[in-house]
Structure formats: C-alpha cells, structure tokens
Design a protein around this ligand. Structure first.
Ligand SMILES: O=C(O)c1cc(C(=O)O)c2c(n1)C(=O)C(=O)c1cc(C(=O)O)[nH]c1-2
Length: 249
C-alpha cells in the first residue's frame, strides 16, 4: 500500500463506487425498468423511509464533531435539507409524499414498524459508524453521494415511464437532491483529500466508503429476499398479514 496523491485517492474512491454502488443491484434494475409490482415499489418506499429519517441523525453527529465553525456551517445545511425549517418541509416530508403517492398509509410509514429487520440493522449501523469511527471515516462514508445523481436520474426517468401510479409530484423528493448531492459530495471529497494524509488514513477513508456501499446494498438484498423471492416476508413486516404467507416464527 502506498501513499496516494489527491488524484489517485479520488480515482480509488470512484472505483469503489463503480464496483459496489447500489445502482448495480438487481432490485434497483427491476425498480427502474418497470419490473416491480406496485407492492414491491411500496415496500421499497416504506423501507427507505427509515434511511431517510436516520440521515439527519447521523449528520447531527457529524456537525457535533467538527472543531471549526466553517465545517459545521457547511454540514448543518444537510440537516435543513432533510428536516426542513418547519413541519411538512424538507426531504423527510417529501419522502413521505413519495410513500403516500404510491399508495401507502402515512401513519404506517412514519411508525417504521413494518420495515424489514435488515433495513433496521443496516441503517442503525450507519448511525453507529458515524458516532464511533474517526471524523475522517464519518465524512468519507457520505461519499456515496458522488454517485447518486446518476442513479436518481435513471430512477426518475424509469419510474415515470414505467409505472402509471407514479407521477412527477410523487418523485419531487429527487428534484432537490440533484443539486444538494453534488454540493455535499464536493465538500466531503475536499475534506477527505485534505485530511487523509497517511496511508492508514487513506485506507480508512476507502474502507468507510466500501462499508457504506455495503450497507446500501444490504438494504436491497433484504427487499429482494422478502418481496421478490416468494415466501420470505418476516412476521410483522409490510404485507406479511395481507398475503398470509408462511412467516418466520
Ligand atoms: O437515491 C439514492 O440512491 C440515494 C443514495 C444515497 C447514498 O448514496 O447514500 C443518498 C440519497 N439517495 C439521498 O437521497 C440522500 O439524502 C442521502 C444522504 C446520504 C448520506 O450518506 O449522507 N446519502 C444519500
């Protein structure tokens, strides 16, 4: 392992995305190409709500760890983007609009009681990672946002073309992400380039991005196993009662 210059470090980060980002997952391919049933789209939206509402919890942890006002000021914008400045405003509220737009009950979604066990483990692992690892790793773990504008564009175009129960208003959440994500990723990438100055720090940053790709991937594995593979919906999860499928005891 050798010390990478800025250019090589960025290339190594991008290579992780090219190999491991969740745009490559079969569930996303199904979702974007119109291969999902309405129930599968609902299961995706319901489970992902838990990710959405945990993002500002992990960002608040990061804000609290920066020693300087300039970084805190930059990062706190993420809290505003997701939580909004008032009830009904911000990304979490817009995700709820997506979920209800595809036919889910708002109370069920907000309660998070019908999410899959792996969704909870994976998302909670992200919040714990950011709390427990170095600030450099916490910041680096957000770098999947470098890759999200491409998948968001594919998703919006694919879902509008392929599902008659989805319209532009349902997907309004993604509009703001197209400029928020590059802004956030630029800051985080600069931070990582500036602060990963030893081989160990660079490896830790690369490991953090790999960890994040894996936890995004695991959430889609869980959806695939429960809602695409027949008979694998755990008791208490979305649709388990409606379908009366054999459930795990
Ligand atoms: O639609 C997506 O595929 C996608 C992916 C990601 C990501 O790569 O983590 C985020 C988002 N969306 C997103 O909307 C979002 O707010 C977000 C915040 C973060 C983060 O790690 O801080 N990732 C993502």
């Amino acid at each position: 392992m050798k010390l990478l210059n800025d250019h090589e470090l960025e290339a190594a980060l991008r290579e992780i995305g090219a190999k491991h980002y969740h745009n490559l997952h079969p569930f996303h391919k199904m979702l974007h190409s119109g291969g999902c049933t309405r129930e599968q789209v609902q299961a995706w939206a319901l489970n992902r709500y838990y990710y959405q509402c945990s993002i500002p919890r992990k960002d608040a942890l990061i804000v609290g760890r920066f020693p300087d006002a300039e970084s805190r000021r930059a990062w706190r914008q993420r809290l505003v983007d997701h939580d909004g400045d008032a009830p009904g405003d911000g990304g979490i509220a817009r995700w709820l609009r997506l979920a209800t737009g595809v036919g889910l009950d708002a109370e069920l979604v907000e309660s998070c009681r019908a999410i899959l066990p792996i969704t909870r483990y994976a998302v909670d692992a992200y919040v714990s990672f950011v709390r427990e690892r170095s600030l450099l790793e916490a910041v680096a773990s957000s770098l999947t946002e470098m890759f999200s504008p491409t998948i968001i564009s594919e998703r919006v175009a694919g879902m509008l073309a392929n599902y008659d129960f989805v319209d532009r208003d349902t997907l309004v959440y993604f509009n703001a992400r197209l400029h928020q994500a590059p802004r956030d990723a630029d800051f985080a990438l600069n931070y990582v380039k500036t602060h990963a100055r030893t081989v160990e720090q660079q490896q830790a940053a690369l490991g953090a991005l790999r960890f994040k790709c894996d936890l995004l991937w695991a959430q889609l594995d869980a959806l695939y196993m429960a809602y695409v593979t027949p008979g694998m919906i755990p008791a208490g999860a979305f649709l388990s009662e409606a379908l009366s499928l054999p459930v795990a005891a």
